[in-house]
Design a binder for this molecule. Sequence first.
Ligand code: ZN
Length: 347
Amino acid sequence: MSAPQSPPATGRYSRQELFAGIGPQGQARIRTAKVVVVGCGALGSSLAEMMTRAGAGGVTLIDRDYVEESNLQRQSLFDETDAARGMPKAVAAEAKLRAINSDVLVRGVVADLSTENADELLAGADVVLDGTDNFEARFLVNDVCVRERIPWVYGACVGAYGLALLVRPGVSPCLRCVLEEMPAPGSGPTCDTAGVVAPIVHVVAGIQAGEALKVLAGRTESLLPGVVSVDLWQGLFEVMDLRGRAPWCPACTEGRYDYAVKGAAGASAVLCGRDAVQIRAPRGTRVDLAGLAARLAAAGSVTANEHLVRFVGPDAELVVFGDGRAIVKGVRDAAQARGVYAKYVGS
Ligand SMILES: [Zn+2]
């Protein structure tokens, strides 16, 4: 005699609840969890979409950049309209995610994560997901998360190669335990120099999101044992087992969170790509964007929306956000970028 059949599950999260690795109890935990995604480019788009569809209680996205046409090949939350309007990624992503799942409290924050705002923006997170493209941001996330005992998941990809690592503060090695020193800017390939294909983005984001769901559902027995590396072109899939290794770095053993100390970032200009420099404005700065757009229109081509002004002039291209932060393109160093900023925005 066959067992009585249960009625087909039809709830929004039924397929996740049916999955034994999560179950109804795991799903109930996910529904109350607060997730923070730092960086909303390729990895961040994929991560934020998966966590929103999974029904996290809240998803906060932090991103400093705006949508450009060259993003559309892999950054799955954006479309041609976002690129044409030059929308901030955090704003465009928030709108898409709200339409995907209105159960989730989605918040897009247009900001550059820094020592000045990281404590506030990461506070209360149950898990932090790395969608950034640089080690300055990752070491900052690492030190704040290790200090606050927030699990976070590192992710990176370039070309067709990618890496992922879950950090459980006090339990498993952190990013500084694994990498020791922050790699120098320009020392490794980036998506701006070596390109990147979309499939590796979704593989890495999938591994990150999988670890996050295990943490949130309380299924720590299923966590992967260490650094996962994947090369989709070479067909290499490896997991470096770190289970035998205790955390040993200054952050984990001495409570030295060097990268989270306010002011540690130093210079106000950061290379965020091969030929782009970001200028940080003092905290509290507000720019009259409409006035700036009107002034710049006399000197070149201007695209403006309620969040930013994009200007292409004879000798420079820059985007200025409402908080005075700017991204200057086509320059080689910080000094040249500051010169462009002073010329068109003022100092
Ligand atoms: Zn460590």
